[in-house]
Design a protein around this ligand. Structure first.
Ligand code: ZN
Length: 516
């Protein structure tokens, strides 16, 4: 595979090449405008003084309206029709992919009536505010009327955009994971859940409890930053084309070619938060930095799905960052930087502490074994909310019941239960499954990479991260949206989505850690 394949062959300009060039210009201009709001959003999360929030909201609303107008310009529809009627003369798979995905995005954008787009945005802002208060006061009841409105609007959105089959939920899922269906996800989730529930209970009954208190000793913030930056740099995130700043809710924003912003947050008495958070966001960032510059703004220069995006962050965070080999390389520098906290801790004890597994209420703090169960719970519930099988008023009871079934514990408060995540208040329904898809894809890609590169733990233990990073660049990043996620994993790993590599990897690692 070679990115020079992307270069267009020299050939005479006919009507359809002209239409194609025109389409690209329109897509690129829309993306350019959207990337302006990305800068403002990044700034809002990092440096904006509180009093500037209202002015910023006005700026962002104006830009969002302009982006929507450009993205739904009927001229794009005309160009697409022209290209599709000449499709037999387009033999270039890259052009075909750009046209296919541009059509998909154009249809999605134009099928949503402007009134619904505005109503969704208005309710999301108010509902988010209500959620923050309800979570603080631990009162699900206060959030319920907003949840009810949001579910109604999302069902309306699903019927406006349309879907194949019987699940309205699939229309929402498609926004984050194009082409995926709930059926395909269930096929992987059901066996994954059964295996995980028994692994979690075996770990619980093993009698092994790592000493995690070493991770809450004093880790000076400046040193944490220095260490996180050096690790992100080592795995291949480029700081001449990116930054790392502080934000309350860590994220990665690929603003455009040469500019990718990571954020993290530091707690002087919690080592894993900032460190693994930075590795995670750097994994997203390496994907963004690996996209083809010359295709910026078109599907070929964009990430293929959130699930694939998450496979990149999870691979660096967990499969690499929480591996024994990684700390063969990084433990001595860590001890040097944090002599007070780690001076008298051996590498084995540290490795066990960062891989502690135990059922807990909060998703974002969960270990890599229990994490997927948190996702499946949310997937089940949001599917039922959209189908109408579950009334929003019954959400909390349903949450607690399934939580007990999966984890053997019941949330003590609403804030530790169904009110913990921001997603539903913000209208992000259909988003959760992409986290677990990412974990499964990551394990599949990792095996495929080892087939080609040999035992990765040997390379990682020597601090040689370039081969894996370049393999990901070539096999995943540079392809943009050439393939959708389900096809990409077939092309790269030779099999469709599967829970088996992830289960095998977890069983292997944790049998050793917990003497199972
Ligand atoms: Zn992520």
């Amino acid at each position: 595979y070679n990115s020079s394949l992307f270069r267009r062959k020299n050939r005479p300009m006919n009507a359809s090449t002209k239409a194609y060039e025109e389409l690209l210009i329109r897509l690129k201009n829309t993306a350019l405008l959207a990337s302006c709001s990305a800068v403002l959003e990044w700034d809002e999360q990092t440096y904006l003084p509180p009093e500037g929030a209202e002015h910023r909201a006005n700026q962002l609303a104006l830009l969002a309206g302009m982006v929507h107008e450009q993205a739904t310009n009927p001229e794009i529809g005309n160009l697409l029709l022209e290209l599709e009627s000449n499709s037999s003369s387009i033999d270039d798979v890259f052009e075909q992919a750009n046209i296919r995905e541009a059509r998909h995005e154009y249809d999605r954008a134009t099928k949503l009536p402007r009134r619904l787009v505005e109503e969704l945005s208005r309710v999301a802002t108010l509902s988010h505010h209500a959620w923050v208060q309800a979570r603080k006061n631990n009162r699900f009841k206060d959030f319920l009327p907003w949840l009810e409105q949001m579910i109604d609007l999302k069902r309306e959105q699903a019927s406006a955009t349309g879907y194949q089959g019987k699940n309205a939920y699939d229309a929402l899922l498609d926004e984050y994971e194009p082409g995926a269906t709930s059926e395909m996800i269930e096929q992987a989730f059901i066996p994954l859940r059964n295996e995980l529930v028994s692994l979690v209970s075996a770990i619980k009954n093993s009698g092994v409890t790592p000493d995690t208190s070493i991770l809450t000793r004093k880790y000076p913030v400046e040193k944490q930053r220095e260490f996180s930056v050096s690790a992100a740099e080592a795995i291949g995130f480029r700081f001449d084309a990116g930054r790392l700043d502080i934000a309350a809710h860590p994220f990665c924003s690929g603003i455009g070619p040469g500019d990718c912003r990571l954020t993290t947050r530091y707690d002087e008495h919690h080592f894993p938060g900032a460190f693994f958070g930075t590795l995670h966001e750097a994994g997203h960032g390496i994907y963004e930095q690996g996209l083809c510059k010359e295709h910026f703004g078109t599907p070929l220069g964009s990430s293929t799905s959130l699930g694939i995006h998450e496979s990149q962050s999870r691979m660096w965070e967990n499969l690499v960052g929480r591996s024994h080999a990684f700390w063969d390389y990084f433990y001595r520098p860590a001890q040097k930087l944090f002599p007070e906290a780690l001076g008298n801790v051996d590498q084995g004890a540290f490795y066990r502490a960062i891989n502690d597994v135990r059922p807990s209420f909060i998703r974002v703090e969960a270990d890599e074994v229990t994490y997927n169960l948190h996702i499946m719970l949310r997937f089940e519930l949001e599917k039922a909310l959209i189908s109408g099988d579950l009334k929003p008023a019954d959400l909390e009871a349903a949450w607690n019941e399934i939580f007990f079934e999966y984890f053997g514990i019941t949330p003590d408060t609403s804030a530790n239960g169904c009110l913990q995540d921001v997603h539903w208040s913000a209208g992000l329904i259909g988003y959760f499954p992409t986290y677990a898809l990412g974990n499964m894809y990551a394990a599949q890609f990792f095996i495929a990479a080892e087939k080609e590169l040999g035992d990765l733990s040997q390379l990682i233990a020597r601090g040689e991260f370039v081969p894996l990073k370049e393999w990901l660049n070539q096999n995943i990043h540079q392809r943009g949206k050439l393939f959708r996620a389900n096809r990409l994993v077939e092309v790269v790993a030779g099999e469709s989505l599967s829970h088996e590599p992830l289960i095998a990897q977890l069983q292997n690692k944790y049998s050793e850690l917990y003497n199972l």
